[in-house]
Design a protein around this ligand. Structure first.
Ligand SMILES: C[S@@+](CC[C@H](N)C(=O)[O-])C[C@H]1O[C@@H](n2cnc3c(N)ncnc32)[C@H](O)[C@@H]1O
Length: 226
């Protein structure tokens, strides 16, 4: 049996025992296959918008003798998946903006029993802001380092409460206050990106000043040694 890398392992750790899973943008299908082989889940829908990745998922599903437990579906986001097919929904390895868009057009995700496990590759700040403004609660967030890159994985569920989302929360979410080496590294990387971004803002404007203030706040978080 293969091992999941630290990024997919972290996603897997957020999946609840015994649930039905939908893995959106499944590609190779490793996450549902690993969860089924390790008997953490009972059933999975592996979905992808492209036939090529879906074929890979089908091949891997057959290789591990799981064709009766994995339904492979050609689907743009959750468009071809129904509410009764999934309790936990993983969207990993896609951009934060795309993930937000796919959640937004799926009304059945506005259900507190559905857990969303989200791993944005880019623009995580857009996703966190969307979740806060759309009644989704970020219940947990953890960082990991996989093959030298840092990632954040968000566990969210709908509770209907619209939350304020300040600049710091948009960029580091629940990793603020997380003293793990992985969270510190994630915040460090985010801050380095913000420093580059600052050059694009007009000096002295409100936007410039707030990003500059965030940069010094985040520097303090990453400079603190335990
Ligand atoms: C980088 S792979 C990530 C694979 C796996 N989830 C992981 O994290 O390792 C991204 C996958 O998302 C799929 N994808 C992109 N947009 C999608 C959409 N709108 N709906 C479903 N899948 C999509 C791509 O075809 C690709 O297979």
């Amino acid at each position: 049996m293969f091992r999941l890398d630290d990024r997919l392992s972290l996603c897997a750790s957020f999946v609840r025992e015994g649930v039905s899973l939908a893995d959106i943008g499944t590609d190779h299908g490793y996450l549902p296959i690993w969860l089924l082989v390790n008997k953490k889940i009972s059933y999975a829908v592996a979905a992808d918008v492209r036939e090529g990745p879906l074929d890979r998922a089908r091949m891997n599903t057959e290789r591990y003798g799981l064709t009766d437990k994995v339904k492979t579906v050609l689907s743009d986001g959750l468009d071809n998946i129904t509410a009764d097919e999934a309790d936990d929904i993983v969207m990993a390895g896609m951009g934060g903006e795309l993930i937000a868009k796919l959640i937004d057009r799926t009304p059945w995700l506005r259900d507190s029993n559905k857990n969303l496990i989200l791993q944005p590759m880019t623009r995580a700040e857009v996703l966190r802001e969307y979740l806060c403004k759309s009644g989704f609660c970020i219940k947990e967030e953890k960082a990991c380092i996989s093959f030298g890159k840092t990632y954040s994985v968000i566990l969210a569920a709908y509770d209907g409460t619209i939350r304020p989302c300040n600049l710091k929360y948009r960029y580091v979410g629940k990793l603020d206050g997380d003293k793990s080496a992985e969270a510190k590294r994630y915040i460090y990387v985010v801050n380095e990106k913000l420093k580059k971004k600052l050059n694009g803002y007009e000096y002295g404007t409100e936007e410039y000043n707030s990003v500059k203030a965030l940069i010094s706040e985040l520097s303090e978080l990453t400079d603190t040694e335990e």
